[in-house]
Design a protein around this ligand. Structure first.
Ligand code: NG1
Length: 354
């Protein structure tokens, strides 16, 4: 079972506020192969990470005490499947391998938890949103971070050459593919510093948002108007970011790369100044992309380190990427992985449908 990573073009820290997001699945994958072993144990090994895990199926255990730490995702997935009424009682050997850069804001952990959920519970699993919810539950049990549902939905249901606009306003998330302009390229570059404090700071931001919504007497910040949040930077970010997702969908559909870039820069400023999840490195990398000729750039994912996403004309993509990473290295001495990302099908999209 292969599950892609994702990059988010617009809408960060909005999914858990019942807002809007515009991510796409990218051509980096996490693969999990399950082979029945005839024992009452799930044994897991990773091609990239050290150690082997053995999880006995005849007892319950707390995923957060499992070692090596990456295997907490295996234990969390077993616990989540069981909690949702899908017993896992057949032992398997799991072979895990991933090309999604870790700690980058490209959903390496969601790709892993979705791949494990599919590998361990494939025959009994429900539709996309329920499956995404189950994989999120597995991830929360593994890490303790109260994430939103954007990553799991797009890595399951994203479609090639499109981004997926997802609306979390209702009880069930609703999504629709948005064609990317054929002459646009999506560039991704890591700032060289992995995300630090991402888990605890993420939980703090989420709690702040929920507290503000409660003070305003609202079920979520999705219902807040600009007038009511004008003086509150956190809520202001959420309200303006939702509006930017709507505008980004329009710009995508109009093939307006310049406007897409402008919106990305506005989003980065809001994530930096109002939501305070940027770092000096991410700011410098965004600036390097702009001076190298990208239409715009922004941090992507939770922030606090990791990657920047940029948009540029297709025929200039490689040149802009090389120039931006060069300028960034000269300015900061930092360097990380960078690539032109392709939009690919999510794990549940059959090849014949793509
Ligand atoms: P990252 O940290 O980029 O994988 C996290 C959350 C998302 C979303 C973004 C911010 C998890 C699994 N994912 O993504 O739901 O809230 O931050 O937009 O926690």
């Amino acid at each position: 079972m292969s599950v892609p990573g994702r990059v988010n073009l617009m809408g960060d820290h909005t999914d858990y506020n019942r807002g809007l997001v515009l991510p796409m699945a990218i051509d980096r994958w996490c693969e999990v192969v399950a082979t029945p072993n005839g024992e009452a144990v799930v044994r897991a090994r990773s091609a990239q990470l050290a150690g082997t895990a053995e999880i006995a199926l005849d007892r319950d255990l707390d995923p957060r005490v499992v070692e090596p730490a990456w295997a907490r995702f295996v234990a969390g997935t077993i616990a989540a499947l069981r909690a949702h009424g899908h017993p896992v009682d057949t032992g398997v050997d799991l072979s895990i391998s991933s090309t999604v850069p870790p700690g980058a804001g490209l959903s390496s952990s969601s790709a892993l938890s979705v791949a494990l959920t599919l590998a361990l519970g494939r025959d009994t699993l429900p539709d996309v949103v329920d499956l995404a919810q189950l994989a999120l539950d597995a991830e929360v049990r593994s890490t303790g971070v109260p994430g939103g549902l954007m990553d799991q939905i797009v890595v399951l249901a994203g479609r090639r050459d499109t981004a997926l606009v997802i609306d979390f306003a209702g009880e069930r998330a609703v999504s629709r593919p948005v064609a990317l302009p054929p002459n646009a390229a999506v560039l991704v570059a890591h700032c060289g510093k992995s995300r630090t404090l991402a888990g605890s700071a993420y939980a703090d931001r989420r709690a702040e948002c929920e507290a503000i919504a409660a003070q305003l007497g609202l079920a979520s910040l999705r219902e807040a108007s600009m007038e009511r949040v004008r003086d509150d930077p956190r809520a202001r970010h959420v309200v303006t970011e939702n509006a930017r997702v709507v505008a980004m969908v329009d710009a995508c559909e109009a093939g307006d790369i310049a406007r897409m870039g402008e919106l990305m820069l506005d989003s980065h400023a809001s994530l930096r100044d109002d939501f305070e999840v940027s770092t000096p490195e991410l700011d410098a990398l965004v600036a390097a992309f702009v001076s190298a000729g990208a239409s715009g750039a922004r941090l992507t994912g939770a922030g606090f380190g990791g990657c920047v996403v940029a948009i540029a004309a297709q025929d200039q993509a490689e040149a802009v990427l090389a120039e931006a990473t060069n300028r960034y290295r000269n300015a900061t001495g930092q360097e990380g992985t960078s690539f032109v990302a392709q939009s690919v099908d999510g794990a549940l999209i059959a090849p014949s449908e793509s």
